[in-house]
Design a protein around this ligand. Structure first.
Ligand SMILES: Cc1cc2nc3c(=O)[nH]c(=O)nc-3n(C[C@H](O)[C@H](O)[C@H](O)COP(=O)(O)OP(=O)(O)OC[C@H]3O[C@@H](n4cnc5c(N)ncnc54)[C@H](O)[C@@H]3O)c2cc1C
Length: 449
């Protein structure tokens, strides 16, 4: 199934947008044959079974309850790292589908397999959520605000990130979840205070090590109660570490927010005025069920339009209008489209390709999907990039890279991550059905020729 077919079938998109997307896509996106043909048959079958289950609302309920129990349980029977039988079953079914492995050997094998499929690189994150033991408490005496356990959490979180960096290859991404650093970090973010020195030092070390590995890093976006403070911190980090060359640090912008366009403009203007490189991961946003609803666009179509407008702002390199007489050039920018929405990806690719064809300045563009999900989109994107950006050496270097996001950790450590992904995708039943159709079609093609 080609990217333009997938895009045209995206029934959640308004017809006007879907039509223009498919029209633009027709100009350049030229996937050949079945793009899913690069996936191994065992992976294809597992993917088909799991995705079919995810597309059935009645099946999702008991599955989520089971995942929740496995995630929370401390019992030897339900803890996947203590019960070898359960560990095996979970590995064969969900863990191998979505996770990279539990040690560096397994992780590098999984990452190698993804590269062989044509992915330009991998976005790797440590799955374990570092949870403070309530018996240790967050606060102690008045003069020392936090207990030593809170500082130990920051060290553990930093070490987990440094371990992850050691598994990266040049061009890969480290995915950093700042809330994993615990109460000191969360409280300061929520109060919109400057980054505490202990967090700032840890992040600087993580940035330096990431650069040494030739990789890059992004900071995950959180709910608005934290994100406003977090935006300021990540801008500080970009100012410090994105001074030369391509951006090392990326912030995340959530397009489902009514304020997202304005936030994107603010980022562009500040980078242009202050002369640092702007890295942005663009997502729609994962917290619709827990966020203050009025902050989020009223309809899905509005979120889609916002996503496409912001992507276009970066790809078409539009300097936002200002009140003053400023002469600003578009800053050095890199954009990661983190989405499973084929229409948005297709539209952005078409604009990027048009600009490349016209010899216009380009923003570094990349796309990312989660391992085990939206494979039909990822494979089509790879095929489209290979097929239409390789006509000569110049366009080859401008071809957007396609990445897979994957978490690593023991089976038990990854359960929380898998539970969150399952909850996040509960509402995406229609999109999941498209994936089932594409996987089933590919399986029929292999069986019946
Ligand atoms: C690689 C990767 C990294 C990610 N990192 C983050 C992150 O750091 N932080 C984060 O918050 N999310 C993150 N996400 C999740 C992301 O925000 C989306 O929840 C998820 O990708 C589904 O959106 P979609 O763009 O793939 O497409 P779709 O499935 O087309 O869009 C679904 C999304 O549309 C929005 N939406 C749905 N219904 C409505 C409605 N009625 N009104 C308004 N909006 C609606 C919601 O954002 C929903 O998640 C990441 C996703 C990927 C693929």
């Amino acid at each position: 199934m080609t990217l333009r077919n997938i895009a045209a079938r995206s029934i959640e998109l308004p017809n006007r947008v879907a039509n223009s997307t498919a029209g633009k896509a027709r100009n350049g996106l030229q996937a050949k044959g079945s793009s899913l043909s690069r996936i191994r048959t065992t992976d294809l079958v597992r993917s088909l079974v799991l995705t079919s289950m995810m597309s059935k609302t009645w099946l999702m309920k008991p599955c989520l309850a089971f995942l929740d129990a496995v995630t929370r349980s401390k019992s030897a029977i339900i803890n996947a790292d203590r019960n070898p039988f359960l560990n095996r079953v979970l590995r064969w079914t969900i863990y191998n589908q979505f996770c990279a492995g539990s040690n560096s050997t397994e992780v590098s094998r999984s990452m190698g397999e993804l590269r062989q499929l044509g992915y330009k690189g991998v976005i790797l994150g440590f799955a374990k959520e570092i949870v403070l033991d309530p018996s240790q408490g967050a606060h102690v005496a008045e003069d020392t605000k936090y207990a030593p356990a809170c500082y130990r959490m920051i060290d553990e979180w930093k070490d987990a990130n440094l371990d992850t960096i050691r598994m990266l290859s040049p061009g890969d991404f480290l995915s950093v979840k700042l809330t994993g650093a615990g109460p000191i970090c969360i409280a300061a973010m929520q109060a919109r205070e400057p980054m505490p020195a202990v967090i700032s030092d840890a992040l600087d070390e993580i940035c330096v090590e990431t650069r040494k590995a030739g990789a890059r890093l992004w900071i995950d976006a959180e709910q608005q109660i934290l994100q406003i403070g977090l935006d300021d911190w990540v801008i500080e980090l970009m100012k410090r570490h994105n001074q030369k060359g391509e951006p090392l640090v990326y912030n995340t912008i959530q397009a489902y927010l009514k304020g997202a366009r304005e936030n994107a403009r603010r980022h562009i203007l500040q980078a242009a005025r202050e002369g640092w490189g702007l890295g942005v991961k663009l997502v729609r946003g994962a917290y619709i069920e827990n966020e203050v609803r009025s902050l989020i666009h009223d309809t899905k179509n509005d979120s889609d339009q916002s996503y496409d407008d912001i992507a276009d702002m970066f790809i078409s390199r539009k300097v936002p209008q200002t009140d003053g007489q400023e002469e600003l050039s578009f800053p050095t920018t890199a954009l990661m489209l983190a989405t499973h929405n084929a229409a948005s990806a297709s539209k952005a690719m078409a604009t990027h390709r048009d600009r490349a064809a016209q010899g216009l300045p380009l923003t570094k563009l990349e796309c990312g999907q989660i391992k085990g999900m939206a494979d039909e989109l990822s494979c089509s994107l790879i095929e489209d990039c290979e097929g239409t950006f390789t006509t000569d050496d110049k366009t080859r270097t401008e071809a957007p890279g396609v990445f897979k996001y994957v978490a690593w950790g023991s089976v038990s450590e990854c359960m929380g991550y898998l539970y969150r992904r399952a909850v996040e995708n509960r509402g995406a039943v229609e999109r999941t059905q498209h994936m089932v159709d594409a996987l089933a079609k590919e399986l029929r093609r292999r069986v019946f020729g």
